[in-house]
Design a protein around this ligand. Structure first.
Ligand SMILES: *Cc1c(COP(=O)(O)O)cnc(C)c1O
Length: 366
């Protein structure tokens, strides 16, 4: 050996590909590729963030006391059982780090969130992929993947990149079918976008069961993706295990302060939710009108829509055509979706614009 050798399981990781913000020729265009909040962030959060410039020399509170207390009060939780991290991505990594290693298996669904496979391989565990049911989570298929070596199951609900949603009774059935030593992770990055007051019962499960972790984020609905604040809720022993390997200062003073302010701005959250619901419905209906041309919108409960291209116009051609028209969306051949584009719901103008551009591409394809 002539050089340091990375572990083989590290070299088996396909690097995460983030959503793009510029075109091939470097033009800056409308970014509908990362599921960010098109309405920005809460003005209160922005003002609080700016105020944090006065304490740059201080380390953050490693215990995130204020954040945990505000979250606990808002959601009716025990603050001691809240874990936090540099985005919910860090929390997802902490779980694999604490509960799996070489020889273990971690299940995620086909067309699942790319971070799950990276978090699994990083610790030397084996990813096991459960087949989907028309792009949605298939609880029976997940249960059929369980073996003696299963340690963790990652389920995003709603799921990314499909936008599909497993209802409360399905999640309950999944949990009931698991051995108590298997940790069920319910990733609620998009839970705030679900229609009406429906929710999957994950938080109630995390409250009572000894093997459920729910993760949440400030990156999507709260419009704070830049500041990397995520959190999770589980039984105390799970939280204690994750704390052992957490980087002590992984969340910043400014980000934490902005998150606390964002939680208090319920008007901004309600406005974002209503905007998203309205334009998600409108955009899905517009795609429905292009059904003759082989376009199909997968039913979404998130802030994006997965559009499938099953006719003359391919997803690849549409991806490039949208880029020429000034819109960057997400084409995901690396995730088994060469025939799909994930399109974030933007402002009213952006959403109408991307729909018009798609209509034109369909016409041009003949
Ligand atoms: C965006 C997203 C996250 C959140 O990531 P952060 O690290 O909190 O920004 C988590 N899970 C899924 C499925 C996501 O799409």
């Amino acid at each position: 050996m002539t050089a340091p050798q990375p572990k083989p399981w590290i070299m088996a990781i396909a690097p995460y590909i983030p959503g793009r913000s510029t075109t091939d020729d470097g033009r800056k265009v409308v970014k509908l590729s990362s599921n960010e909040n098109p309405l920005g962030t809460s003005p209160a959060a922005r003002a609080t963030f700016a105020g944090a410039a006065d304490t740059l020399e201080r380390y953050p509170d490693a215990g995130a006391t204020e954040l945990r207390e505000v979250l606990a009060a808002r959601h009716g939780l025990d603050p001691a059982r809240i874990i936090y991290g540099n985005g919910s991505d860090e929390v997802l990594h902490l779980i694999a780090g604490a509960y799996a290693g070489p020889g273990d298996e971690i299940i995620h669904v086909r067309y699942g969130f790319a971070v799950y496979e990276i978090a699994t391989r990083r610790v030397g565990a084996e990813p096991v992929i459960a087949p989907d049911k028309d792009y949605a989570t298939d609880v029976d298929a997940v249960l059929a993947c369980v073996t003696d070596r299963t340690r963790v199951i990652y389920i995003a609900n709603p799921n990314n990149p499909t936008g599909t949603y497993a209802a409360r009774d399905e999640i309950a059935r999944l949990h009931a079918g698991l051995r108590p030593d298997i940790l069920l992770v319910l990733d609620h990055a998009y839970a705030e976008y679900i229609d009406g007051d429906a929710e999957d019962g994950g938080m109630a499960l995390a409250e009572t069961a000894s093997n459920v972790l729910v993760t949440r984020t400030f990156s999507k609905m709260y419009g704070l993706a830049a500041e990397r604040i995520g959190w999770g809720y589980a039984a105390q022993p799970i939280i204690d295990a994750m704390h052992r390997i957490r980087l002590p200062f992984s969340i910043t003073i400014a980000g934490t302060a902005a998150a606390v302010a964002a939680l208090g701005d319920t008007d901004f959250v309600a406005h974002t939710k209503a905007h998203n619901a309205k334009w998600r419905r409108w955009f899905s209906d517009e795609i429905g009108k292009l059904g003759n041309a082989g376009l199909r919108a997968v039913p979404s409960q998130a802030n994006f829509v997965l559009v499938l291209f099953e006719g003359k116009l391919t997803a690849e051609v549409a991806y490039k055509g949208l880029m020429d028209a000034g819109y960057i969306v997400r084409w995901l051949p690396g995730q088994g979706l060469p025939h799909g584009l994930r399109i974030t719901i933007g402002t009213a103008d952006e959403t109408q614009g991307v729909a018009a551009a798609l209509r034109k591409l369909v016409d041009d394809a003949g």
